[in-house]
Design a protein. Structure first.
Length: 148
């Protein structure tokens, strides 16, 4: 039951980030600076402030993810290393410019890996998941939902 509660709580920051990026002035500025920094600078956007905000927002979300994940797994200084490569691949396969694509690929990847664990051992499930993402990346290098 606590996993269902935790997953529900984890979805709120994700939804809040999407709404923030889509419907606020700073969200629009973050998207503009990330797509074309020089043009945003010429248009008079406070690029340094926007980059600082984006860095701070990303750091805050990473900290929140750690706080929400810590009660489920044991905490150690190497706790994120096993999923770091998977996270990078998910972002690239989802499309580096697409938040929706990254979220969709992350959900699909976690579903695939969890279903495979029911059939094979967890290590093989992780290898098969990485291989499937590698095949997707070979088939569509720009990502499924975004462009390079």
């Amino acid at each position: 039951m606590e996993h269902a509660y935790s997953n529900t709580v984890r979805s709120f920051p994700e939804i809040a980030l999407a709404l923030f990026l889509k419907h606020t002035q700073y969200g629009t500025w973050i998207r503009a600076v990330s797509q074309y920094r020089e043009l945003a600078l010429v248009q008079g956007l406070p690029v340094l402030r926007v980059c600082t905000l984006a860095f701070g927002l990303g750091s805050a979300l990473a900290g929140l993810a750690g706080v929400l994940h810590a009660p489920i797994v044991s905490v150690s200084y190497v706790m994120g290393l096993d999923i770091l490569m998977l996270a990078f691949i998910v972002v690239i396969v989802g499309g580096t410019g697409s938040l929706l694509g990254t979220v969709m690929i992350a959900i699909g990847t976690s579903m695939l890996q969890n279903l495979l664990v029911l059939v094979v051992n967890p290590t093989l499930a992780h290898v098969v998941t990485l291989a499937a993402l590698g095949v997707l990346l070979l088939a569509r290098p720009q990502g499924l939902f975004g462009e390079l």
